[in-house]
Design a protein around this ligand. Sequence first.
Ligand code: NAI
Length: 395
Amino acid sequence: MIIKPKVRGFVCVTAHPEGCAAHVQEWIEHVQRHGKIPGGPRKVLVIGASTGYGLATRITAAFGSDAATLGIFYERPSEEGRPATPGWYNTIAFTTAARAAGLYAGNINGDAFSDEIKRQAIETIRRDLGPVDLVVYSLASPRRVHPRTSAVHRSVLKPIGNPYTNKTVDTDKGVVSTVTIEPASPQEIADTIAVMGGEDWEMWMHALADAKLLAPGAQSVAYSYIGPEVTWAVYRNGTIGMAKNDLERAAKNIDSLLKLNGGGRAFISVNKALVTQASSAIPVVPLYISILYKIMKAAGTHEGCIEQIRRLFATQMYAGHTPAFDESGRVRIDDWEMRPEIQEAVRAIWPRVTTENLAAETDIAGYRGEFLKLFGFGLTGVDYEADTEPHRPMM
Ligand code: NAI
């Protein structure tokens, strides 16, 4: 089958197996080029391991410090004549490379919110790994079936209190327009907290603690975003921001749990805004990212997921470092994004961007290129005209 990108709004409904493998290989090579991270993790559970920040974390742990990894993710498998979602191919590529390097790599595809997947993970850790010293929580999901109540919660990306109007870009069509988003209802706020907040992370950590599968001194980290004021109404002060506040609440509880477990810790790392499947669904944010990329590339400080997480490991978590927490106890690996001169430059460009000057004023081309790469398209060295088998077994 010849697989071409089919973009529908903010998703691409196809993915290219060799392209995804080439993308994963680029990330592996980035970590290898920068050398080993002394004192890095040995046995790592990554929840949300197949794309974006979670995949970058898995690759950094494996190739930066020879860690054994168990990855949990929720991807649509391939079928005869139908490609899988990209995380499926990413995981196959990662697992092939890790095992070739002599590293343990285990995979569980299923709903991380469920008791069943937690049970499978615990069984696998007990059987294959023994207690883990790092648990990374990197889920981005639109829905959660609550394991106790069976209620279905759907997350929304909406402001709270008042409607919010701002510029946005249709990244596919290259059209800048004004969008108005109506405020969330109390139920929508509660649902978003149920999906993207910290309850499930706490459930994972308690399940691991009860099973005695947290190594003494084990750490846990979850990822969050703060960003600039221009996005606050829809992000930091919106429904997703409330969920992230709840994640911070959970971090404090989990931190207490881990402190009693041989002096470990749990914390939130605030990461940079990047093109991922999750972020492309948020109104306004893709326009901000397009401007940000232009400015950070010009400043020589642009990073992708893999650069971010390698820096997190090498300068905050391991290699003899301890996290430099901000006033709220968070690690700020978004520090380069939030530098005053970078944000000042974004603020200068924001009001003048139009459909006509989008290509000149922003890095929309870079955004689009990164977006397609998430699905395995546009990688050098991949023959996109060649016939390829979409149906690939998980390893
Ligand atoms: P992503 O969409 O690339 O990855 C999400 C991962 O979660 C995938 O591995 C997916 O398979 C998995 N997943 C989703 N639902 C699942 C379920 N029910 N069961 C098991 N696995 C499931 O997202 P991204 O952007 O890497 O986000 C990860 C975290 O990083 C999120 O907490 C997000 O808020 C945070 N973050 C993202 C930023 C960005 O700009 N992309 C910036 C800062 C933080």
